[in-house]
Ligand binder design. Structure first.
Ligand SMILES: C[S@@+](CC[C@H](N)C(=O)[O-])C[C@H]1O[C@@H](n2cnc3c(N)ncnc32)[C@H](O)[C@@H]1O
Length: 248
């Protein structure tokens, strides 16, 4: 598996991403829409908010859904894949959102720490990073850029692909259902097995989040290996910030 997760998202992959991601994830749009709904519920009626979006390339679906729901929100999206960012930029322009969205090529090192974003969204990135250290590092860098108490939407695959052949078979059937020939399905599944490193369990995701100062991850969406959680950056000085959460 590649050292740099963004290397996989080259011109070819970026050009087919909008179609492939909707086959790979049953409920791709629903996940983005619910993420926006959860974020709005967690932030409450604060009017304006600055949202940090990590891995914002591709369809920009998470930004478009949130921007439609909340007219006062603005977004900074980062992504080290120029190709993916190009498609996101086009989607943002198509939806008339260019004034409210800045897309920056690169990773979080290009965003000043302690900038206190009101919330963050990271969808489909974590399982592309090899190993725990890289995952923890990215989440830690993210934590440094949001204010205390800020909600985080985190989504991606978790669970061991190899230990769950039933889900793998069902996943393969998604491509068959969309017209792929058996050989193509086999190639696709082998690429998935080689190319990703999902956290082994939901507990492992919770541990990564807790390690870097997020707490009480709450799952709100699941589709085969994929899940989405709402978590919140811990408020220092408060023993348990559950009372501060607006999440029911
Ligand atoms: C599967 S795509 C998800 C795109 C989008 N968030 C969505 O929901 O469709 C993963 C994206 O994460 C980006 N990425 C990989 N490593 C990253 C990192 N360290 N920081 C930010 N983005 C990264 C990739 O370049 C790619 O565009």
């Amino acid at each position: 598996m590649s050292e740099h997760a963004a290397d996989k998202f080259d011109d070819v992959r970026a050009s087919e991403y909008a179609r492939q991601s909707r086959i790979a994830l049953a409920g791709y749009e629903a996940c983005h829409q619910l993420s926006a709904c959860m974020l709005s519920a967690a932030l409450g009626p604060i009017g304006t908010a600055r949202i940090l979006v990590v891995g914002a390339g591709g369809t920009a679906g998470e930004i478009v859904a949130a921007a439609r729901l909340e007219a006062g929100w603005t977004f900074l999206g980062v992504d080290p894949s120029d190709s993916m960012l190009g498609f996101a930029r086009a989607a943002i322009a198509e939806n008339g959102l260019s004034e409210r969205v800045e897309l920056r090529h690169g990773d979080l090192t290009g965003v000043t720490p302690e900038t206190g974003f009101d919330a963050a969204v990271m969808i489909g990135v974590l399982h592309h990073l090899p190993g725990d250290a890289a995952k923890r590092h990215l989440l830690d860098e993210l934590a440094k850029r949001v204010r205390e108490g800020a909600p985080l939407i985190l989504a991606g695959n978790c669970g061991s692909y190899r230990d769950n052949p039933l889900f793998m078979e069902a996943w393969a059937n998604r491509w068959r259902m969309h017209g792929a020939e058996p050989d193509d399905v086999r190639i696709k599944m082998n690429t998935i097995l080689r190319g990703a490193d999902p956290p082994p369990s939901e507990e492992a995701v919770a541990r990564l989040l807790t390690d870097v100062g997020f707490e009480h991850p709450r799952r709100f969406f699941t589709s085969l290996f994929w899940s989405a959680w709402l978590s919140r950056r811990r408020r220092e000085g408060l023993g348990d910030s559950r009372q501060a959460m607006r999440v029911p």
